[in-house]
Design a protein around this ligand. Structure first.
Ligand code: AP5
Length: 217
């Protein structure tokens, strides 16, 4: 089964993906995390990706298609977080899935206002080791500036500064948002309210996955 989490930067895709993938036994695949890993280890791909990521632009589609294809071929139940990001990537994904004789079952669109996003992302902190996501306002670590799981010092992502966040939002509205209509036309889009707190939002997504219907409010 393939699930996609779609939404603006900071809508909570990563936060929800971690919980849902644990609960339903899905492999969580974030193209953002995969790219950051490549950047951290200065691989050829990482060197290519870094400048786009630092500016909040999208990394070229051909680079992304290769890494996603390999991952989908290796895993049965996958939750995609941050992919696809534009119509070309959605079409690439259709081709990859058809070659594997698979299809997308659910697309969750986490609708969230831009100003909320700017507040959330400016206050996000992440563990550089395990990737656990915190927020100094809504979800602070009990160990102040350290990860509760492994005691590493929490960091602010380079692209979580306001000027870059605004550029990421512009890219989102121009390139990614059209995917809402793309998947809605196929009848697999479920709109959920990304402005809800983490637990009620999780309950709305679970309700759909458990066979109910979320009203998106
Ligand atoms: P990526 O890492 O995918 O970033 P993003 O899509 O911009 O999303 P974020 O990770 O910023 O936000 P999120 O929705 O996961 O929110 P989170 O759960 O962390 O991509 C980074 C870059 O990589 C891109 O700009 C691009 O350059 C490149 N890239 C990646 N994929 C690509 C692709 N397919 N093609 C081309 N380029 C690609 O939550 C945010 C904060 O809010 C946290 O602090 C959290 O604690 C808090 N929070 C979460 N939910 C709630 C809630 N319900 N209420 C209150 N606070 C909440």
């Amino acid at each position: 089964m393939i699930i996609i989490l779609l939404g603006p930067p900071g809508a909570g895709k990563g936060t929800q993906a971690k919980v849902i993938s644990r609960k339903y036994n899905f492999k969580h695949y974030s193209t953002g995390d995969a790219l950051r890993h490549e950047v951290q280890y200065n691989t050829e791909l990482g060197i290519k990706a870094r400048k786009y990521m630092d500016e909040g632009a999208l990394v070229p589609d051909s680079v992304i298609a290769e890494i996603v294809k390999a991952h989908l071929a290796d895993n049965e139940n996958v939750l995609l977080d941050g992919y696809p990001r534009n119509i070309t990537q959605a079409q690439d994904l259709d081709i990859i899935l058809s070659s594997l004789n698979r299809s997308i079952e659910y697309v969750f669109y986490l609708e969230t206002d831009d100003e909320i996003i700017i507040r959330r992302l400016s206050s996000r902190r992440v563990c550089p080791e395990c990737g656990r996501i915190y927020n100094i306002i809504s979800m602070p670590s009990k160990k102040v500036s350290m990860c509760e799981d492994d005691d590493n010092v929490l960091l602010q992502r380079k692209d979580d500064h306001e000027d870059v966040i605004r550029n990421r939002l512009k890219v989102y509205h121009n390139e990614t948002h059209p995917l809402v209509a793309y998947y809605n036309e196929r009848g697999i889009l479920h709109k959920v309210n990304g402005e809800k707190d983490i637990k009620p939002l999780m309950a709305d997504i679970s309700c759909v996955l458990d066979g109910g219907v979320s009203n998106g409010n």
